[in-house]
Design a protein around this ligand. Sequence first.
Ligand code: SF4
Ligand code: SF4
Length: 470
Amino acid sequence: MEIKPLKRYSVQEIDQSLFEVSKKIYPRALTGWFSSWRWIMVWFTQILFYGTAWLNWNDRQAVLFDLAARKFYIFGMVFWPQDFIYLAVLLVIAALSLFLFTAVAGRLFCGYACPQTVYSEIFMWIERKIEGDRAKRMRLDNAPLSLRKFTLKTTKHLVWIAVALWTGFTFVGYFTPIRTLAAEVVNFDLGPWQIFWIFFYGFATYGNAGWMREQVCKYMCPYARFQSAMFDKDTLTVTYDEKRGEPRGSRSVKADLSTLNLGSCINCTLCVQVCPTGIDIRNGLQYECIGCAACIDVCDQVMDKMHYPRGLIRYTTEHALEENLSKRGIWARVLRPRTLIYTAILGLIVLVTALSLALRLPLKVDVIRDRGMPRVMEDGSVHNVYRLQVMNTEETPHRYKIKVGGIHDAEIVSDDSFAVPAASTTAVPVRVRVELEHAEPGSNKIYFTVHDRDDESVSVTEKAVFLIPR
Ligand code: SF4
Ligand code: SF4
């Protein structure tokens, strides 16, 4: 057998095979139904993000993640490290919602609510306002450096940087009171961590939305890679109807389609020009497609001009294309086992979490027994000392009383009433006395009940051990 010598590759060839040379994308501006929805989502998410940080509740910031004090304030609720379970549940709800929405309508999150899409949309809008639409931007980029080009580019970057820094400032404003932060910015009195995070988050926004854009979706976001695992043949995706569109070709508006040997696609390439990731949806579903539906809007406009029915590019499913399903048939299959299971699990988790939040007691108690040995007193009793960590999770001070039980005649011989200020924790030393004959040598179960003196229904019982020397 003849063994062929190995081919030798030049450095340039290896470079080319490892890295795809990316071309700058100049998405064309457009209007349309889906575009309006994208802008509604931009407004909604940004009003929520920039606005919520400035809302007040009970004389403090409504949403504040106070990491230093280890307390998260969300409107009327205060979450402590002990409530970490709610964060875990929130993540589970977010993941399940993503599975559900993806199973129903593909990359809805990517196309309408992902911060990368939202900020790219805002940055592209700024770019269009300053440099003009696609053709003007392309001409400007190809033109030699001039005063006009320099001014336009500098203005664009300054506005981008201002938006990015405002975003960074707002982000930090969720972790440190935003009004204090604003005053510190005005007085040039920011701490090193605040400066770091404002610039770090601002830089990430500027870099991702201004420079990297579709590269983030293509190469950095893992979601694009595993989304296919959540798709099935009844998932709605942005699809080009190849049967109807091909063979593609240009023609006059007045030409009668039935007499031409052509499909409905007039090969205007507008669907490619509006695509923020620069792909051609006519090549089939691609992982780069973020499901923004810009190509649907523009193609519908082309179809209107040509007096053809809309929907050459549309949200549809693989089954619908194979079996020629009507819209009703498509929606009937939305309710399939996979989506019903996701919905049921999601509904159950949301319900249980809501109930648990509604029934959450504004009092938490931890009992720690003092490490010292029990003391046998002269009167024949034994004393054990405990430390009760009592947490008042409400934003008003409360008065509490401690009771002890579990061993006959056990009594508290230290102060059993105390107050805990609003949203804080107090350590209460408690000494318990038990007659020797009422307990066994070794460890005995004992119960501490802490109850609110103004509301008996707020009461927590914790168990501990009472030691009797052998
Ligand atoms: S916008 Fe519609 S008609 Fe134009 S190239 Fe794309 S698919 Fe064809
Ligand atoms: S192919 Fe269409 S839906 Fe997909 S990213 Fe491009 S414009 Fe958006």
